[in-house]
Design a protein around this ligand. Structure first.
Ligand code: UDP
Ligand code: UDP
Length: 471
């Protein structure tokens, strides 16, 4: 009898992320949180092969740490390259995953006990929904960016169809988002403003439209950080039938992957809160000119730094020596401790570094995972968005009072920002006591929100006889 009761109350969730560390990392964190719950089984579906080495390292290290999570591989079908409308390796990989979703049905039905629900990456939703619907499997979406970005994601297809984009309305400096706060045109990911069709526009249109058919939308955020947007998203003003937007964060930012690469010896010798960590995430390749100007700015600022240098989008192509990228003099000065910081050209465990007591600031592109890690560790930010959703995320950092954002720097790949300007902003951010205090307050709020909200309610809904969620 007791075994039957236990089997009945067990929830079995399958997770299915898209390509890139920006998507895989929050899915792994979600899997870790779910696996820690009683009576929850987790199956993790990972596309094989991965696009970057960082992803394959993270997956193998995760499955070693969580043997109770069931690994499933979706072996990718070859992609017809001539029909692709992007040359971004991460987007190509994402297209290959979408095209291989036809392999999901036998995989989903082969797991035991039978699945209670599937949690799908927002960029795979339109490919996966017909499959989950056909087998009556509840399908939740994990939106791996901010709630504010979600408002654009869900509305883009309507704005676009209504021809409200700036190409058709000159001199508009904001774009109305139905039922939400308008978003300045300059914060839109640039491909969305192009006249021509492109990969990002198509992806947002299809997946944004599909959101209405999801059972719920999970977001790695918390109420104190995105209160207004979360309230609006779940308000009765929203068109009927929209699934609840569920704040499940912040998920504790464990990093799975290489952990040996931590410059702890150098960091351990630095005063508390004195070092800025500089990184633009896992897939931003800055121009050579911009990298050199950044190096000049870091040295000139006099602020201590740890700089993760990256010159290619995909890690296995990032084979140049550090000195070829930043120049011999700077490479020598920043490897031996002669300069005010160190530069490395390899994967670093970012979340671990941000949690080091010596770290007092973060120069970041504002990928959503980076923002959540900075908030979790109470580290003030200098935001320098490079592409995609990052200006929208930077606006949240600024609004929360935990960072500064020099909007005139624009997107990456434009005219290089000069080192002297970078130095000024770095120094300004590091001496700002107000930012420090706000970041400390937000850190406390993030930790207090842990375990309060979304995940438990979500699991309750997934159990047989579960109650409906209302966000
Ligand atoms: N990351 C890391 N070490 C690196 C580069 C990136 O640990 O050297 C992690 C970072 O902590 C974050 C993720 O990779 O969790 C990158 O995601 P994010 O959303 O910040 O940006 P993206 O890489 O997608 O642009
Ligand atoms: N996005 C999407 N489908 C994709 C990739 C991205 O709908 O395959 C959306 C998503 O909302 C993301 C935004 O476009 O936050 C900007 O994408 P970016 O180029 O930064 O890529 P990401 O790191 O999110 O994959």
């Amino acid at each position: 009898m007791s075994q039957t009761r236990a089997q009945k109350s067990t929830v079995h969730v399958a997770l299915f992320p898209s390509s890139g560390m920006g998507h895989l990392t929050p899915f792994l964190r979600l899997a870790a949180s779910l696996a820690a719950e009683e009576d929850v089984r987790v199956t993790f579906i990972a596309a094989h092969p991965t696009v970057s080495l960082a992803e394959s390292h993270a997956l193998s290290s995760f499955f070693t740490s969580f043997p109770q999570v069931i690994p499933k591989q979706l072996c990718l079908l070859p992609l017809n390259e001539s029909s692709s409308d992007t040359d971004d390796p991460f987007y190509r990989h994402y297209e290959a995953i979408c095209a291989s979703c036809c392999l999901l049905p036998p995989l989903l039905s082969s797991v035991s006990p039978p699945l209670s629900a599937l949690i799908t990456d927002m960029s795979l939703l339109s490919a996966v929904l017909p499959i989950s619907r056909a087998i009556n499997l509840p399908n939740y979406v994990f939106f791996t960016s901010s709630a504010r970005m979600l408002t654009l994601f869900m509305s883009f297809h309507r704005i676009f169809v209504a021809k409200a984009m700036p190409g058709s309305q000159d001199n508009e400096d904001v774009i109305e988002i139905p039922y939400q706060e308008p978003i300045p045109v300059s914060w839109f990911p640039p491909p969305l403003l192009e006249e021509e069709d492109n990969f990002l526009k198509n992806s947002l249109t299809q997946n944004g439209k599909s959101m209405i058919d999801a059972d719920g939308i999970l977001i790695n955020t918390f109420h104190e950080f995105e209160q207004d947007t979360l309230t609006e998203l779940n308000s009765t003003k929203m068109p009927r039938g929209l699934p609840p937007a569920i704040a499940i964060g912040l998920l504790p930012p464990a990093n799975f992957g290489e952990s040996h690469s931590h410059p702890s010896a150098w960091l351990g010798d630095q005063p508390v809160g004195s070092v800025i960590y500089v990184s633009f995430g896992s897939r931003t390749a800055m121009s050579r000119e911009q990298i050199r100007e950044l190096g000049v700015g870091l040295v000139r600022s006099g602020v201590r730094f740890v700089w993760m240098v990256k010159s290619k989008k995909v890690d296995q192509e990032d084979t140049e020596d550090l000195e070829d990228v930043i120049g011999q003099n700077l490479a020598m000065a920043t490897s031996g401790g002669a300069a005010n910081g160190i530069a490395v050209k390899r994967w670093l465990n970012q979340s671990e570094i941000l949690g080091h007591p010596a770290i007092g600031g973060f120069l970041s592109h504002c990928g959503w995972n980076s923002v959540t890690e900075a908030v979790w560790h109470g580290v003030p930010m200098l935001a320098w968005p490079q592409h995609g959703d990052q200006k929208i995320n930077a606006s949240l950092v600024r609004r929360a009072g935990i960072g500064i954002w020099e909007e005139s720097w624009g997107w990456g790949e434009r005219d290089a920002v000069k080192g002297v300007e970078i130095a000024e902003r770095l120094a300004e951010m590091m001496r700002d006591e107000w930012l420090k205090a706000r970041a400390a307050t937000m850190k406390e709020a993030a930790r207090a929100a842990l375990g309060l909200g979304g995940l438990k309610a979500l699991l309750a809904e997934m159990r047989p006889s579960g109650a409906r969620l209302d966000g």
